[in-house]
Write a protein that binds this ligand. Sequence first.
Ligand code: COA
Length: 382
Amino acid sequence: MDEIPYIPGLENVPVVTTTISTLDLEHEQIVVRGYDLIELAKSLRYTEVAYLVLHNRLPTPRDLEAFHRQLQEAAGLPEPVVRLLEMAPSGMALIDVVRTAVSLLAGFEDPAVLSDPSPEANLRKGVSLLAKMPTMVANAYRLRRGLGFLAPDPGLGYVENMLYMLTGERPDELAVRAVEAIMTCSIEHELPNSTFAARVIASTLTDLYGAVVGAIASWKGPLHGGASAGAMELLLEIQQQGGAAVAETIVKERLARGERIMGFGHRVYRRRPDVRAVLLSHEFVPKLVDRRPDGPALYEVYRIVEQTMLREKGLYPNGDFPIGFIYYLLGIPSDVYTSIGVTARLPGLIAHITEQQANNRLFRPRAIYQGPRGLTLVGSHG
Ligand code: COA
């Protein structure tokens, strides 16, 4: 074991081979199933890219129609899952409610299908879960706010339906386009902590639901998927304390205290721009700022935070920085951001779990022991 170097956090250590995606730093591209993710986000709808990630090819119009039908037909929730959403303690983080509901959903699969690790069975379970996620996320939120359960509208598309269930209103075209782009930008990103966690869990040949539950637990963390809500919180805090006039000072003070600014930095990109943040910041934020009375003032704060982070730390925003702000401008409540994020990532997670189990090698690394040895019981139990 001595000749294998210990790398904390497995930084830059390859641990799997994959045909799903890669972060091409040299060309500043996120390559998903051979395509540039930003091109996909600009040109296609979320469900088209979901199909590509899951099936490793773009859908024909007929494929897409069948996929939409599948998603619509499976979007309803078993009654006990609805009851679980109702029963969740009001202080429980929404993402934890969703994680628990995914766990319960596993109980409604045929046991033989649940334990089948074949690509066909994983795809079937995965699509069923993908279909239900927006219904679960939106209604977990609605029920805790006393808004009453809202079933998906079969006349609406996948993203539209999620927004409809969240807000109770049919979203306009720009809102749908912005959230489609956010969700496509979030659909797959090689091997972040949550995807790695899912693959580690899947490598025991346990079921897809268990691997997704583990990934959701990982996603919740503030260093990972929880950053979009944290980033928006910071903008609002700065706004409350004086806005643009104090933004630079507040960021510098926080940095001086050693605090992390949510929505900045990335383990792989380090001091390079994140192309997802570039697209979302440029394409959507300016078009949406006037949607809320405090939008323009917050946008000023947004830009000052961005400039200060670049000047002080050489760090660019990651995707979570514009995502939090766009959701805020669209009136989406901040306790839902993380859950929408993991919903968007589901096709990537399903593809990785499927890929892992189709060509499996159990993850079982080693640890460098630094504890004591040779302790004896004699005397200590006197
Ligand atoms: N705010 C302030 N400083 C940050 C920072 C941030 N968001 N991200 C990195 N840094 C600093 C570190 O303090 C360190 O500075 P130093 O060299 O002066 O000590 C340097 O950048 C390198 O950081 P490191 O801890 O090695 O980076 P990492 O690879 O472990 O961190 C993240 C990657 C994502 C965990 C980190 O950037 C972070 O915490 N970001 C905020 C959370 C976030 O937005 N997560 C979503 C990621 S998509």
